[in-house]
Design a binder for this molecule. Structure first.
Ligand SMILES: NC(=O)C1=CN([C@@H]2O[C@H](COP(=O)(O)OP(=O)(O)OC[C@H]3O[C@@H](n4cnc5c(N)ncnc54)[C@H](OP(=O)(O)O)[C@@H]3O)[C@@H](O)[C@H]2O)C=CC1
Ligand SMILES: CC(=O)[C@@H](O)[C@H](O)COP(=O)(O)O
Ligand SMILES: [Mn+2]
Length: 383
């Protein structure tokens, strides 16, 4: 039995992780679950999976959950950041699955690494804001960082048994999002509801907006750099609207290896939890004869400037990617609250990057301070 703790069990990835557990009840045991404030769903999950711990970040919600749990259920209710850190480092867990959204996942993930827990990583913001630190801590503690993000799982699977030094290029596929093929003039006044309509994946709100701006691909470029230890010019993005090829690796002998499958996050989640083994499951099989065409095009960096901004921050180094990420988190939230327009997202990110004094090799405390500064700066721009 693999013992799992889940950061963000009530979200899109969290719920699909529990689907994987349901599929393999004899293989996985859920020791801890958590959320920000979705207590009704947490209660259902507690009744079904019987975890020993639940962490609710929001203090009021944690208190509310305590009153909702029937007296015959024995579970420890924790709260705040301390709660998230505790469930990330429990002695009895083998792996922490990070399905929480945003850079708030950084501190508990580092806590898990310090306690030598393997990480099944969906929370890409952690590597975007602190990739160097997280990967070096993982190496120091002998911890595996197992990618859940579909593209990075595809790359990881394509690299199975290969020598990472022989990678020539990583080719990240992008769906192009809901606005693929459109030009800036057509997108100036798009609404959040239009932006939330991803063509292939049903995901949380933040990542759905990121896909519509192509920031998601930018964050994934940065995530790939740290996971696979490649240079920025070794990472290409190709738009592949069908989301069947989840990504590829080109090797130094010109061979290209790819991973394909139906768009279903349960597979990368399962693979991260069972690696290096594979487990038979009931998920839909890919039938290539039913797919008329697989197409590929270059990303349009003029219409989608967020992707270029992400590449730029990798080239500039230091804490620029952390600023990109924190600014984006604030701006996506503001866009979802109808406070800013679609193109205000790249505009204010650029202005914040221009105002930032970068720090080379930042410590955790410095990254947290950069996050605080960035949020304050961006909010002052919006007002
Ligand atoms: N969805 C997908 O298919 C994919 C997602 N990812 C990445 O996975 C991560 C999760 O995405 P997704 O599942 O879509 O997001 P969702 O918005 O669907 O879920 C987010 C989860 O995080 C929890 N959460 C948010 N803030 C806090 C907090 N402060 N403390 C504790 N828990 C918190 C939420 O709790 P609550 O319900 O209470 O708000 C919820 O459980 C993101 O980093 C995303 O980029 C990567 C690849 C694919
Ligand atoms: C499922 C997944 O991994 C998402 O990150 C997905 O890739 C988003 O799609 P695009 O960003 O390519 O539109
Ligand atoms: Mn992805």
């Amino acid at each position: 039995m693999k013992k799992i703790s889940i950061l963000g069990s009530t979200g899109s990835i969290g719920k699909q992780t529990l689907d994987v557990v349901r599929e393999h009840k004899d293989k996985f045991e859920v020791i801890a679950i958590s959320a920000n404030s979705s207590v009704e769903l947490l209660l259902e999950q507690i009744k079904e999976f019987k975890p020993k711990y639940v962490a609710v970040y929001n203090e009021d919600a944690a208190q509310k959950l305590k009153t909702m749990i029937p007296s015959d259920i024995n579970i420890k209710v924790l709260s705040g950041m301390e709660g998230l850190k505790t469930i990330s480092s429990l002695p009895e867990i083998d792996v922490l699955l990070t399905a929480i959204v945003g850079m708030i996942g950084l501190v508990p993930t580092l806590e898990a690494i310090k306690h030598k827990k393997d990480i099944a990583l969906a929370n890409k913001e952690t590597l975007v804001c602190a990739g160097k630190l997280v990967m070096s801590e993982a190496k120091k503690n002998g911890v595996k960082i197992l990618p859940v993000d579909s593209e990075h799982s595809a790359i990881f699977q394509s690299l199975n048994g290969e020598n990472y030094k022989e990678i020539e290029k990583i080719i990240l596929t992008a769906s192009g999002g809901p606005f693929r093929g459109k030009k800036k003039e057509e997108l100036l006044n798009v609404t959040k509801n239009e932006a939330l309509k991803h063509p292939n994946w049903s995901m949380g709100r933040k990542i759905s907006i990121d896909s519509s701006t192509l920031m998601n691909k930018g964050l994934e470029v940065i995530e790939a750099k740290w996971l696979f230890d490649v240079e920025v010019d070794q990472i290409d993005v190709v738009v592949h609207p069908q989301s069947i090829i989840h990504s590829m690796v080109q090797f130094n002998d010109s061979s290209v290896i790819a991973q394909l499958g139906c768009p279903d996050m349960r597979l990368p989640i399962q693979y991260a939890l069972t690696y290096p083994e594979r487990l038979e499951n009931s998920f839909e099989r890919l039938d290539l004869t039913k797919i008329a065409t697989l197409t590929f095009e270059e990303p349009d960096l003029e219409t989608f400037p967020c992707l270029k901004l992400a590449y730029d921050t990798l080239k500039m180094g230091g804490t620029y990617s952390a600023v990109l990420n924190s600014a984006n988190e604030v701006l996506v939230e503001a866009f979802l609250e109808d406070k800013i327009g679609f193109y205000d997202i790249p505009k204010y990110i650029k202005e914040t990057l221009d105002a930032h004094d970068s720090i080379e090799n930042p410590t955790l405390e410095e990254i947290l301070e950069v996050d605080r500064w960035t949020r304050e700066y961006v909010k002052s721009l919006i007002q």
